[in-house]
Ligand binder design. Sequence first.
Ligand SMILES: NC(=O)c1ccc[n+]([C@@H]2O[C@H](COP(=O)([O-])OP(=O)(O)OC[C@H]3O[C@@H](n4cnc5c(N)ncnc54)[C@H](OP(=O)(O)O)[C@@H]3O)[C@@H](O)[C@H]2O)c1
Length: 263
Amino acid sequence: MANDKNYVLITGGTSGIGLELAKLFAQEGFNLALVARDFSELQAISVEFHHQYNIDVITIEKDLSKKEAPFEVCEEIKSKNIRIDILVNNAGQGAYGRFTETDIHHELEIIQLNIAAYVVLTKYFLKDMLSRNEGRILNVASIAGKMPGPWQSVYHGTKAFVVSWTEAIQQEIKDTNVTITTLLPGATATDFFHKADMEEATLVQKGDLADPAKVAKDGFKALMAGEHKIVSGWKNKAQVAMSGILPDKVVAGMSEKTKQTCR
Ligand SMILES: NC(=O)c1ccc[n+]([C@@H]2O[C@H](COP(=O)([O-])OP(=O)(O)OC[C@H]3O[C@@H](n4cnc5c(N)ncnc54)[C@H](OP(=O)(O)O)[C@@H]3O)[C@@H](O)[C@H]2O)c1
């Protein structure tokens, strides 16, 4: 499938789960188009991957929490005359704290990053994929999307959107060769909790954080197999199954305990 002019576009491909996914694609010989905010990190990865895997890496420095940014990414890809065979919507952040105390402007940026950027990029590249009747999309959601999340209410809500919206599109394109896969990781050892200012939460302090390389491998395998959905890790699978059975109020109470500070 890998070809000189064909690329995998990964948002947030410079850290955590996105970086591990980028490595997997690079190992398979795919060229990469990576989107993130930090120019020096993008540059360093581009040089390293080009030498290590002999692939082409395009870097796009963009803050996807800004309204116009995902449209600008589409324009930049178009202007480079390259083809995106696989889109990975991965860049996402969390906002931590009681809803009445968190910053609304930050939360609106999170909604833009975790929802609107996914929607814009998917609409643009899915149309292109459908016209060729080939292509794959991986939407990184979270098990947070399957349960209410006190102290992370907006984050959980954004991930619930990604889960529901992706399932709806899967149905709409079911008779084509294009596939969309949702990856639902549980708590994973990345910079996510630092960025969300929630390193003191019980979940982080006492939780069993997953290895981002393992999460990426699960997502990669499911994507390449054209599966609809993958929950990474058996404990997370059990947690998602439980939250589907227990009353929402009980699940919200259990979720709250993991979010409170443990010190
Ligand atoms: N870690 C977890 O426990 C966990 C669990 C379930 C789901 N997830 C999901 O997994 C995805 C990846 O998160 P991660 O844990 O790998 O976090 P991470 O290590 O913090 O990586 C986030 C990546 O996204 C980029 N990014 C962040 N904000 C951005 C913005 N405004 N515009 C463009 N790029 C941005 C970052 O680069 P720059 O900072 O340079 O922009 C980085 O490359 C997210 O969607 C997250 O919700 C994470």
